[in-house]
Design a protein around this ligand. Structure first.
Ligand code: HEC
Ligand code: HEC
Ligand code: HEC
Ligand code: HEC
Ligand code: HEC
Length: 237
């Protein structure tokens, strides 16, 4: 079998070291040469073993992200739910749907399917290279919403990658997080609207010194003492 990973990945730690050195000495060209954003992955939308729809489950049924992506705010790793989570409902709901046959095969012992007990192999959509360090809770606990990075997942029939996840994309926000910061209780709310929030929390807004909705991000940044870093070691250990 051919080598699955492109050969250049072997040299990445070296490249990063060279870039870091070059940046330190002011030779920015090396940085721009190596770190050209790759935008190819934006739009990636693999088909999944079960046609699971966020639009149905989040937008229509109103389920919270944490019902299924439960480790988000406690650990650094994200996760997709196991079949038990689906079976809680689907042993009762839509019991005859052909779309759910793969789930029944895995969960219903009376069907005697060879797939019984096996996990559903969801196809991973968002994936950073191994040499990048990323942490979900560092963002969610600091007022950055799923929406800023993943787009309007609540309206997606099939999940796709909204943003490039390139280094330039990460840095764009690290330089100006105020454009994305929102109150912590709104992080999982993909229908968040600063104007509505402002109107509904007037006293609180006055205490914080927020005069108009557009200023909320800036005020939160100061209030929480946010310093999203740009140093190489933040994302490359
Ligand atoms: C009922 C369970 C359920 C709920 C609720 C749910 N999800 Fe998901 N989510 C899944 C499943 C299953 C997958 C894997 C299949 C897929 O990609 O569609 C997934 C995949 C994803 C992915 C892509 C993961 C990857 O492979 O890169 C993102 C991003 C995501 N969900 C975000 C959200 C957000 C944001 C919310 C809340 C607004 C949410 N989900 C609510 C079940 C759920
Ligand atoms: C809280 C209950 C609940 C959970 C948990 C849940 N679902 Fe559903 N799901 C529903 C309901 C209710 C519908 C029907 C919605 C409708 O028809 O408007 C549905 C519809 C579906 C459909 C469409 C069925 C059809 O015939 O069109 C699929 C596929 C599906 N769910 C897959 C999943 C998967 C996979 C999971 C786990 C990741 C999951 N569901 C978790 C309640 C749930
Ligand atoms: C700051 C940007 C950012 C935010 C905010 C964010 N994500 Fe992610 N998410 C990513 C990146 C980048 C990846 C790929 C990580 C990797 O490959 O290590 C990812 C991967 C995922 C995955 C797939 C990983 C896996 O283990 O299968 C899921 C599911 C997911 N995110 C769900 C969510 C949900 C739900 C929220 C909100 C509660 C959220 N994300 C908030 C950037 C973000
Ligand atoms: C939409 C805005 C946004 C995007 C996009 C974003 N970040 Fe962040 N990031 C932040 C904020 C805000 C913090 C928290 C800074 C703080 O705690 O003061 C943070 C913190 C971090 C931290 C934690 C640093 C520490 O001190 O522990 C890491 C690592 C990180 N980001 C990596 C990434 C990577 C890698 C990407 C791109 C894949 C990315 N971020 C994209 C806003 C963002
Ligand atoms: C906020 C997070 C973040 C910071 C800070 C960061 N990087 Fe990156 N870097 C990334 C991500 C994400 C990628 C992967 C991009 C991709 O897959 O397209 C990457 C990729 C790279 C690559 C490989 C690019 C390629 O095209 O092969 C190099 C080299 C690199 N970074 C060097 C640096 C140097 C030097 C610094 C410090 C000046 C730095 N990075 C700071 C997130 C970061």
């Amino acid at each position: 079998m051919a080598n699955f990973f492109p050969r250049w990945t072997n040299f990445l730690p070296l490249k990063i070291a060279i870039c870091a050195g070059a940046v330190a000495t002011g030779a920015v060209f090396a940085f721009t040469y190596y770190a050209t954003p790759k935008t190819l992955a934006a739009g990636y939308q693999p088909s999944q073993p079960i046609p699971f729809s966020h639009k149905i489950h989040v937008d229509q049924l109103g389920l919270d992200c944490r019902y299924c992506h439960s480790f988000e705010d406690v650990s650094g790793t994200s996760n997709v739910p196991g079949s038990n989570t689906c079976w809680n409902c689907h042993q009762h709901v839509r019991k005859d749907s052909p779309k759910l046959q793969p789930l029944r095969d895995r969960m219903d012992p009376t069907l005697k399917s060879p797939d019984f007990g096996k996990p559903v192999k969801w196809v991973r959509v968002h994936k950073l290279p191994d040499y990048v360090y990323f942490n979900h809770s560092a963002h969610l606990n600091r007022g950055i919403s799923c929406q800023s990075c993943h787009g309007d997942v609540d309206r997606m029939e099939t999940v796709y990658q909204k943003n490039s996840l390139s280094m330039g994309w990460c840095l764009e926000c690290h330089r100006a997080p105020e454009n994305h910061l929102r109150p912590l209780e709104e992080v999982f709310n993909l229908k968040y609207d600063p104007q509505v929030y402002f109107n509904e929390h007037q006293a609180e807004m006055q205490n914080l010194g927020v005069k108009k909705p557009e200023d909320l991000g800036k005020v939160l940044k100061e209030h929480w003492n946010i310093h999203s870093k740009e140093t190489c070691a933040t994302c490359h250990h």
